[in-house]
Design a protein around this ligand. Structure first.
Ligand SMILES: [Zn+2]
Length: 274
């Protein structure tokens, strides 16, 4: 059976509270052998760790840029302590999700940006000290993220839901990163993203759903459809093979070849996934 790794799935999200066990079972039945569950704030460090153990998945610990405004210095201390306490846990594969968000207006005031940068830089230092790769949130922030990595190099990792330029992609690759692709490339109109996912070397690509976010086109409902009572489909790891099929067709390779290469790439980016 073709095996996939979902390198980014927020399986602790409340969207899955009603049927978390079935979501897990559907993922395994679809051939998704492992999911990486990133934390977003100190408050969910224990949750993602326990969930990864219960489901035989993997997890990452970090403070997400969208959560930096409520975060404090003490949360960084908690992250450092958790990385130390679980240093021998084979399911702890990275520091993440960390990064910078240049899209959300409230986070792009001078004060909010300074707070984002403070947490990004501090967490890069922790990743460096603990010799762990990082899982990066990149949204209109690729150049600033790359600058941070040049100042505080880490062992590599994943630039998740990548949507930058080819030059930015190559800069991440040169720093030992893989680029995460998921549901966004299933849209016909995503021309630039599709071109990028087709032109990059296969060795640079990992797959992800970002569940429950970034629904592939077959789950997406428009604002009008939602107003008419049709719910937004919930994205989940079991969608990964169908997303992969789209990418395999764009690249003109078999889905087996894509699954095998991207799984190997994920293990290279996050060595503890071995
Ligand atoms: Zn995420």
């Amino acid at each position: 059976m073709t095996c996939f790794i979902d390198t980014h799935a927020h399986l602790d999200a409340s969207e899955f509270d009603a049927d978390r066990t079935s979501v897990h079972q559907r993922a395994r039945a679809a051939g998704v052998a492992c999911c990486v569950i990133p934390a977003v704030a100190a408050a969910n460090f224990d949750t993602v760790r326990l969930l990864a153990h219960a489901q035989q998945d993997a997890y990452a610990l970090g403070i997400h840029p969208l959560y930096t405004q409520q975060a404090t210095e003490a949360d960084l201390g908690q992250l450092d302590a958790a990385l130390t306490a679980h240093r021998d846990d084979p399911r702890l594969v990275a520091v993440g999700e960390i990064g910078l968000d240049g899209f959300v207006p409230e986070l792009n005031t001078p004060n909010a940006l300074a707070q984002q940068q403070l947490f990004y830089k501090a967490q890069l230092k922790l990743a460096q000290q603990h010799q762990l790769p990082v899982i990066l949130h990149v949204r209109r922030s690729a150049d600033l993220l790359l600058k941070g990595l040049r100042n505080t190099p880490v062992v590599g990792g994943i630039a998740h839901a990548f949507n930058g330029s080819l030059q930015q992609a190559q800069a991440f690759i040169a720093m030992g990163f893989k680029l995460g692709f998921g549901g966004a490339l299933t849209y016909d109109r995503a021309l630039q993203l599709r071109r990028l996912a087709t032109e990059l070397p296969l060795s640079a690509i990992v797959l992800e759903t970002d569940a429950p976010d970034i629904p592939p086109h077959w789950l997406y409902t428009t604002a009008e459809q939602r107003a008419a009572g049709e719910p937004q489909g919930c994205n989940e790891p079991a969608e990964l093979p169908r997303i992969a099929q789209v990418l395999a067709e764009l690249r003109g390779i078999s889905i087996e070849a894509l699954a095998q290469a991207t799984s190997a790439n994920a293990r290279q980016a996050l060595p503890r996934l071995q």
